[in-house]
Design a protein around this ligand. Sequence first.
Ligand SMILES: C[S@@+](CC[C@H](N)C(=O)[O-])C[C@H]1O[C@@H](n2cnc3c(N)ncnc32)[C@H](O)[C@@H]1O
Length: 468
Amino acid sequence: MSRKMKNKVVTNLTIERIATEGKCVGHHEGKVVFVQGVAPGDVVDVRITRGKSSFMEGEAIKFHEYSKDRIDPFCSHFGTCGGCKWQHINYDLQKTYKRQQVVDQFTRIGKVEIPEVMPIVGSANTRYYRNKLDFTFSNNRWLTREEIDSGAAFERNALGFHIPKMFDKIVDIEHCYLQGDISNEVRNELRAFALSNSLSFYDIRNQVGLLRNLIIRTTSTGESMVIVQFGGDNAEEIELVMNFLHEKFPQITALLYIINLKKNETFNDLEVVTFAGRSYIEEEMEGLKFRIGPKSFYQTNSEQAYELYKVTRDFAGMKGDEVVYDLYTGTGTIANFVAKQAKQVIGIEYVEAAIEDAKLNSKVNGLENTLFYAGDMKDMLNDDFIAAHAKPDVIITDPPRAGMHDDVVNMLLKLAAPKIVYVSCNPATQARDVALLSEKYSVDKIQPVDMFPQTYHVENVVLLTLKS
Ligand SMILES: C[S@@+](CC[C@H](N)C(=O)[O-])C[C@H]1O[C@@H](n2cnc3c(N)ncnc32)[C@H](O)[C@@H]1O
């Protein structure tokens, strides 16, 4: 960016609409200006942080007018923590913007003929809707400008969330509105206990410290899993922490810990020790049980996951004699959810532990018509695989944010199943893939589902039907 452009201030910019990834846009001298943390209708001065020939990005430094659609954010950490970027926009408008994002992606990127996008399925709970949160211990608490300017000495240990784009700074969380049940209590009590016992909080720059990370998972049936990751292996101190949690919170049904002396926080390759209770928790949906281990993926908003799966099953429209492929099956939740309406369901996923859980979930629920395979989709879904299995009547696909690999899209075109139900957490890559599939498929239904209130994220389900 030219020096002239950097730090340039655009004054009195009217924010016109929401664009992708929660950013808003206005126009200045023929260029689009992207701004975070504002709402359509705001009039602001913007300091430019990035400039290209066709667009600029910046931060609002002064508000001249506030949008009439603004509401007061309810969380004291709003603006710092970065977790719920849309708390200043009322929920009805959040839903409108999310649906509009889907329309925009399909018309701008997809450029395919689409039916009217259905009204978004809103979340009954707009607070305390997550079943999993991940907190980080740090000896480098984020200090506010006022705290720094005061010159006073502050407690620097913290337990909370990363400041966006700063790997070593943590906002100390007092109350988080994302997860209910015992979440806030466990976090705050554990922090207080650690401080009063002078236990060390992790120093990420020097890779030392006892307390590293805290994961809390809950279920709609009242079960809870608490996992403490330790960055040191002092057995006495570990015992002290785990005993404290066990005595203070006897209602925790799976109390686990991990000793992680590696450089990163991932623990797929580490042993998880069960300190008290069981090694897993169990979620329920329509009487089906889903076992969730410490390493298993499970949709983080359980109630909306149910809505999402109902839409998926409805779009698949099975009568009972269909062969269904569930691509990117994770722990086989969708596969098991639709199994009673199908002749056979085949799930594919590359995390082996997830496939083990998927098989276990079929067994626990007495489902005998499912098959699960572990491997990379582009390598698994090949001619040999198809020759060895029945051809699909319905394909359900739920890839990660990056969407499907070209080879997978080409295989779907070759397979030419009568129906594809495409579930996605990223309508941009979904629209790209649907454009490729439109060579043989028409888009029949588009149903956005809101899994993450107070954020710009939107989940979207598309029904594709083979053209005759
Ligand atoms: C959005 S999740 C879908 C999970 C599942 N459908 C559910 O609702 O619980 C995407 C899944 O794709 C898996 N995955 C990502 N890349 C993959 C690949 N190249 N091959 C196979 N699976 C992959 C991830 O491990 C993850 O479980």
